[in-house]
Write a protein that binds this ligand. Structure first.
Ligand code: APR
Length: 248
């Protein structure tokens, strides 16, 4: 299906759900995970079990997070993020479900209530024992000052960024809302995700099974391309604005 036909599908939809992955932020300077220059090309995965059981694992986890933070903190939303704001302004965006932890959707102007963050956000570090939270900048400063795996000052528990690691439970309420949005939308627009990480990647499948159209915008192939009504390959900033923009 060509871009014109995909555009007509978007134009005819009234209950759209966006589903985004790290690809939507690469043009803002935040690397994705699975591209050749992505996070997993340079770092090993420290999963949740290793984080809670190994000091060396925690040190490595925090090293990665502190190294990645300046690019994320200083990033500005790009045309891909703004395209979803435009859909919201048209009154057609039911929800924006994201795997991203960079807050760029909210910073581009989407109301917080419209954004469902499946993997948390890099805004603070939270104690796994007592739930006390500190600002993420402060946590990074403490790591850089020598607390290589910082602990909670009130209780001594493990401080962890408020993001979801492999092997860590997803926020159940957010997942429930995301599934409900996927079940009731008439179009799911999946943008900038390799669609390989579960359970997040089940969201576009749920929408498709419930009868919604599925459009995938991504540079590389995904395992869900075969079930999509349209697959648009290219840079998000070049494809997405034209897809959602209404003439006149
Ligand atoms: N335009 C179009 N596509 C792009 C662009 C771009 N500018 N930049 C990257 N992409 C595509 C890549 O080709 C890739 O298929 O976006 C996809 C990003 O995939 P991943 O790196 O796997 O990111 P994501 O799908 O968000 O990963 C899911 O895995 O490790 C984790 O928890 C992390 O939430 C993340 C999850």
């Amino acid at each position: 299906m060509d871009q014109g036909a995909a555009r007509r599908l978007v134009a005819g939809a009234s209950r759209i759900v966006g589903f985004t992955g790290a690809g939507i932020s690469t043009e803002s300077g935040v690397p994705d995970f699975r591209s050749p220059n992505g996070v997993w090309a340079r770092n090993r995965i420290v999963d949740f079990q290793e984080f809670v059981s190994s000091e060396a694992g925690r040190v490595e986890y925090w090293r990665q997070k502190v190294a990645a933070w300046p690019a994320m903190r200083d990033a500005e939303p790009n045309a891909g993020h703004h395209a979803f704001v435009e859909l919201h302004g048209q009154g057609r965006l039911e929800a924006l479900i994201t795997q991203n932890i960079d807050r760029l959707h909210q910073r581009s102007g989407l109301p917080a209530g419209a954004v469902l963050e499946l993997h948390g956000a890099t805004t603070e570090a939270v104690c796994l024992s007592c739930g006390d939270a500190i600002d993420f900048d402060e946590a990074c400063r403490r790591v850089e000052a020598g607390e290589t795996a910082p602990r909670c000052r009130p209780c001594g528990g493990l401080l962890k960024p408020a993001t979801v690691s492999f092997g860590q439970a997803m926020p159940r309420d957010v997942m429930t809302r995301a599934e409900a949005a996927a079940e009731t939308c008439d179009l799911l627009l999946a943008v900038g995700s390799s669609l390989v990480v579960e359970p997040a990647a089940s969201i576009p499948r749920i929408a498709r099974r419930a009868g919604a159209c599925l459009i995938i915008v991504n540079r590389d192939p995904t395992p869900l391309d075969g079930m999509a009504d349209a697959v648009l390959r290219g840079e998000i900033s070049a494809v997405l604005p034209g897809l959602v923009h209404r003439d006149g």
